[in-house]
Design a protein around this ligand. Structure first.
Ligand code: GTP
Ligand code: MG
Length: 191
């Protein structure tokens, strides 16, 4: 769907730097290292488009990518633990919250949750923020290749229980593996 029509636009470090709000956007939020950048690469079919790495805190700016002429894909810095100095982390966390609650053209947030870990307290905080801002969000379960089916089902149940408490949550979960390509066509279709 997006192959050949995606391009990096810019990295943003302050709300004033956001591109003109002239089209819809979907963003990818989640704890550091959950697989946000990898998912964007899998969706677009372009391996090196968004920089992914094993170091939590790799993405430190709000990164904009085009998906055709009518949509932006937005890769966000992670929340939770990051391998970076505290003042820096605090600065980008503030920006992340401003973005999630104040971007008018943001149509949906994908909240990524690791299939091994389930929804944590920080995920719930972000979900509550999205509730308050009335931004519809949908959970994408990542790294499904790293768990056995039984464990995966347990985690999915835990996430469903969490989502039931959040009015802005879209009930359907999308289970993915960027490594194996699982769930990617489904997510592409939703976008
Ligand atoms: P930050 O930018 O630091 O917040 O991280 P991120 O959420 O963008 O994660 P990133 O995409 O950089 O991936 C983190 C690590 O997880 C990398 O080493 C990826 O290769 C790995 N990873 C991402 N998705 C998958 C997946 O579906 N399966 C497996 N096995 N590994 C994955
Ligand atoms: Mg990243």
């Amino acid at each position: 769907l997006f192959a050949g029509e995606t391009e990096f636009v810019k990295g943003v470090v302050a709300m004033s730097g956001l591109p003109e709000a002239d089209r819809l956007e979907v963003c990818f939020a989640g704890r550091s290292n959950v697989g946000k950048s990898s998912l964007i690469n899998a969706l677009t079919g372009r391996r090196g488009l968004a920089r992914a790495s094993n170091t939590p805190g790799r993405t430190q700016e709000i990164n904009y990518f085009t998906a055709g002429d009518d949509l932006y894909l937005v890769d966000l810095p992670g929340y939770g633990y990051a391998n970076a100095p505290l003042p820096v982390v605090e600065k980008w966390q503030r920006l992340l919250k401003q973005f999630l609650s104040g971007r008018q053209t943001l149509r949906r947030a994908f909240v990524l949750i690791d299939a091994r870990h389930g929804a944590k307290k920080v995920d719930e905080e972000i979900m509550s923020l999205l509730d308050s801002a009335a931004v519809t969000f949908q959970v994408v379960v990542t790294k499904a290749d790293k768990v056995k089916e039984k464990e995966r089902e347990r985690v999915l149940d835990q996430i469903r229980t969490t989502l039931a408490k959040h009015p802005a949550a879209f009930p359907e979960l999308i289970v993915t593996s960027s490594e194996k390509g699982w769930g990617i066509p489904t997510l592409r279709a939703i976008i």
